[in-house]
Design a protein around this ligand. Structure first.
Ligand code: FPP
Length: 249
């Protein structure tokens, strides 16, 4: 039996894959368990996906772990998610180092609880020289927040004379986003059968291929990740051009 992994063309891998991990709550509910049980089990899928991405040679893997809007969830769930993050980051730093993986984060990190921020900061510092893959956690992140912050910074620079308004172009805006130093994701995956972007990397996914799967996040395994990559590789990315132009006709 040929697996999805066998079908992957290693010469055409996306450099950056972003994932909206969704469905933890529903997965837990289906078993009559608390939503937090789903988040705990979601960590296993984070581990599997990170391992699969690093083994393949993906350069950047970005995971939407906590959105700005997630702060509105019941306090017990927010607290549990923060505790889980602290625990997981602490526990996994060694494995990240062993596998030469650098940890980074995007979002309003100052808004995280102190212990969470501290743990994250330490793990980022501890792994900063790793070069095989960068694992990016989007935490207290939303795209509209990120773009608003970029606009504020640009206006400040124009006001102080550091930048001319007429010189602002796509690159200037790019360089003011949290993702300034990263390539845009070529592939965005969302689990749990929802067809939404939910305020995630709106600028950066302008030309990304979107892949949706019904699998709930705690069920998502390496083969599901490989399947998404195979689907990506079967698509023709035209960037506004015609198919004939791409084929050099
Ligand atoms: C979405 O499921 C998931 C989250 C909001 C949190 C994701 C967190 C983890 C997988 C665990 C920790 C992660 C890391 C990186 C250590 P949902 O709760 O929205 O599910 P639902 O749509 O079924 O309610």
């Amino acid at each position: 039996m040929t697996t999805f992994k066998d079908q992957i063309d290693k010469s055409k891998l996306p450099k950056h894959i972003a994932i909206i991990m969704d469905g933890n709550g529903r997965w837990a509910k289906k078993q009559g368990k608390l939503r937090t049980f789903g988040h705990n089990n979601g960590v296993g899928s984070v581990r599997e996906t990170t391992e699969a991405a690093a083994e393949l040679g993906i350069e950047y893997l970005t995971l939407y772990a906590f959105s700005t809007e997630n702060w509105n969830r019941p306090k017990y769930e927010v607290d549990a998610l923060m505790r889980l993050l602290v625990k997981t980051i602490n526990k996994e730093t060694k494995t990240l180092n062993k596998n030469n993986i650098r940890l980074q984060a995007i979002g309003n990190l100052q808004s995280l609880p102190k212990d969470c921020y501290k743990e994250l900061h330490e793990a980022m510092k501890n792994t900063e020289n790793n070069s095989r893959m960068t694992l990016v956690l989007a935490l207290s992140y939303s795209s509209k927040w990120e773009i608003t912050e970029a606009v504020k910074e640009l206006v400040k620079n124009v006001k102080s004379g550091k930048l001319k308004a007429e010189d602002i172009n796509e690159q200037t805006i790019n360089s003011h986003l949290c993702t300034a130093k990263m390539p845009d994701p070529e592939l965005l995956i969302r689990t749990s059968g929802e067809y939404r972007i939910s305020n995630f990397l709106l600028w950066q996914i302008a030309y990304s291929e979107l892949y949706f799967t019904d699998k709930l996040w705690p069920e998502f395994r390496k083969e599901d990740f490989y399947e998404a990559i195979v689907s990506y590789q079967q698509r023709e990315r035209r960037f506004g051009k015609t198919s004939e132009q791409l084929k050099g006709k």
